[in-house]
Design a protein around this ligand. Structure first.
Ligand SMILES: Cc1cn([C@H]2C[C@H](O)[C@@H](COP(=O)(O)OP(=O)(O)OP(=O)(O)O)O2)c(=O)[nH]c1=O
Length: 203
């Protein structure tokens, strides 16, 4: 099979994340990538809209590693944050098995929204681009047994809304409206368009 690649650029993407999914997805852009785990405070004031929450947290995560990243020539720092929204409630990662079961019981048999915020910062200039993407996810109706068995797999625990569309959770999802990668946690085409603002041509 032929290997396809885009022309080389001098930029290095610095991913401010501990998420293995984001690490894998950012690789799709074909640029050099450095990983810098970012531990930003994730508290936000009551009453903020989902869009504002994910954009703010994406920016905090990127800003938290900016100083370190600026040692890398041509660094563009990328931060991202994902939440699930149902009936105006924000569902983050479940804190225990019981909360995972209760989230999935609420999500089953209906639609919800996944919001992902994305922030890119050009380290040298400090220029910042922030945006978000929303995908509607329609989940299958599930019995209590099915939910319990899925939670027992361990998969829900580190994921917003207590499921992972890209793994066993694929079987829980009937269909989506919007970008698949937004649900997994890194909207790849939105990232390409943000990087375009810094003059990177992708593709
Ligand atoms: C809904 C859904 C979420 N998720 C994940 C994406 C995110 O990693 C996680 C939401 O948590 P986040 O707080 O967005 O990210 P994180 O703590 O995993 O990683 P980071 O270091 O970048 O802050 O849920 C899936 O993997 N699949 C899904 O279908």
């Amino acid at each position: 099979m032929t290997q396809h690649a885009l022309p080389e650029t001098r930029a290095t993407l610095v991913l401010a994340s501990t998420s293995p999914r984001r690490q894998q997805l950012i690789g799709l852009l074909g640029l050099p990538v450095e990983i810098m785990p970012s531990h930003a405070d994730e508290d936000t004031p009551e009453g903020w809209s989902p869009a504002r929450i994910v954009e703010e947290l994406a920016q905090r995560k990127a800003s938290a590693v900016l100083e370190r990243a600026s040692r890398t020539p041509g660094a563009i720092v990328v931060g991202s944050d994902t939440i699930v929204v149902l009936d105006g409630d924000v569902l983050g990662k479940p804190k225990d098995r019981k909360e995972a079961v209760s989230m999935l019981t609420r999500l089953a048999g209906r639609a919800h929204e996944v919001f992902t915020g994305l922030c890119s910062i050009e380290a040298e200039s400090g220029r910042t681009v922030v945006s978000h993407s929303v995908t509607r996810v329609f989940m299958r109706a599930l019995t209590g047994d099915q939910i319990a068995r899925y939670v027992d797999s361990g998969e829900p625990m580190d994921k917003a809304g207590a499921y992972g569309i890209q793994e066993i959770g694929a079987m829980l999802v009937e269909r989506i409206e919007g970008d698949f990668f937004t649900v997994v946690g890194l909207p790849v085409s939105m990232l390409a368009s943000q990087l375009g603002e810094f003059g990177l041509q992708l593709p």
